[in-house]
Design a protein around this ligand. Structure first.
Ligand SMILES: *Cc1c(COP(=O)(O)O)cnc(C)c1O
Length: 385
């Protein structure tokens, strides 16, 4: 059943109860196979790679939340991307935003290149230059907005309109925003992908990926690829994700309130050289982001001035944890050039502005005073006297 109000759908959307027992949570169907009542007489399931009731409940839920035709759950965000990019054929090319997730770049640069599926890094912030990059072999565009780690904003509606005029498939990685803050299918996307490891899971305890498609045609294609390539999400992890998604709205409200306060504090700070956060009215992506998303999300990146030692900064943080990943309840910090974006060659990193001084924060839902105090003391400790 589809719910009109998003916050209700988070809790009751998709298949939210067990028809047989009335259990208010979908059970973990920890089974690889299903009894058949006779040759060709299945009860809706045959083998858990092809379909599993717990995974199916999650898939129905994310389809409803993103406003798509069907959803698919994978063992990681990159498994979801692999399945979606498997729609392409040898000789095809995909345009990607200039600062996509490092693993997305690596997948195209070092795996799909084996199959002669090519990519071009395109400045999707600039629609004129984006359109110029559409050569005859381009079949799809993959964007992130805000994109990782410089939080650059792409006008999803404008890119989708231009791309569709050229017959391209529009794929949006909505990991940083989630459907609570931004709905790419409403803005014209054909496919939404997620690293559900991040905000949707929300507790840094599961690695998972999701894909949502707009049409029945794409749903049939992705269902076939999902079953054929097999990178499916297990039942227990599907359950964890359903559980995480129930609190998405309340978690994100706090994440965003904290991030807005932290971004403001950093941008006013005399030690800070630059802040990248599309929720700041001074940010270059602010206006476009405001048109297409509820707010700026909870990811911030910034640089300290040259007389601060970032190694000391990272080592001085006490509450904010130095770790890969983002979107969990706890605040995390990372160093994009050596961590999340290390797979991108140095000259490309430099070209798109991922400097060695760039610090990325995933603002958690702790008390904001503790977050600000931790940042303050680490900045102070890192000043080179
Ligand atoms: C983490 C991440 C991915 C990859 O997802 P995994 O679940 O780690 O495989 C893809 N896109 C973005 C934006 C991410 O942050």
């Amino acid at each position: 059943m589809a719910y009109k109000k998003f916050d209700t759908a988070l809790i009751h959307g998709g298949i939210s109860t067990d028809e047989r027992t009335g259990a208010v949570n979908v059970p973990i169907y920890q089974t690889s196979t299903f009894k058949q009542d006779g040759l060709g007489k299945m009860r809706g399931y045959e083998y858990s790679r092809t379909g599993n009731p717990t995974r199916e409940a999650l898939e129905a839920l994310i389809a409803e939340l993103e406003g798509g035709y069907a959803g698919f759950a994978f063992a990681s965000g990159l498994a979801a991307e692999t399945a979606v990019l498997s729609l392409l054929h040898s000789g095809d090319r995909v345009l990607i935003s200039s600062n996509v997730y490092g693993g997305t770049f690596r997948l195209l640069n070092q795996v799909f290149d084996h199959f002669n599926i090519n990519y071009t890094i395109s400045d999707t912030e600039d629609i004129v230059s984006f359109e110029k990059d559409i050569t005859a072999d381009v079949k799809a565009v993959l964007i992130e907005s805000p994109a990782n780690p410089l939080m650059t904003v792409t006008d999803i509606r404008a890119v989708a309109e231009t791309a569709h005029r050229h017959g391209l498939l529009v794929i949006v990685d909505n990991t940083f925003m989630t459907p609570y803050l931004q709905k790419p299918i409403d803005l014209g996307a054909d496919i939404v992908i997620h690293s559900a490891t991040k905000y949707l899971g929300g507790h840094s305890d599961v690695v998972a990926g999701l894909a949502v498609v707009k049409t029945k045609y794409l749903a049939e294609k992705i269902a076939f690829i999902q079953n054929s390539t097999g990178g499916v999400l297990p039942p227990f992890d599907s359950f964890l994700l359903i559980r995480g998604i129930k609190t998405l709205a309340v978690r994100l409200d706090r994440h965003v309130a904290n991030a807005e306060a932290a971004a403001k504090r950093l941008s006013d700070h005399p030690a800070v050289k630059s802040v990248h956060y599309p929720g700041l009215p001074t940010d270059k992506g602010y206006e476009v982001n405001k048109r297409q998303a509820k707010n700026g999300g909870a990811m911030i990146s910034f640089e300290l001035k040259d007389n601060y030692d970032i190694n000391v900064f990272y080592e001085s943080l006490k509450l904010i944890t130095l770790a890969e990943s983002l979107g969990g309840v706890e605040s995390l910090v990372c160093h994009p050039s050596t961590m999340t974006h290390a797979a991108i060659p140095e000259e490309i990193r430099k070209k798109v502005g991922i400097t060695d001084g760039l610090i990325r924060l995933s603002i958690g839902i702790e008390d904001i005073d503790d977050i600000l105090e931790d940042l303050e003391q680490a900045i102070k400790a890192s000043e080179v006297k």
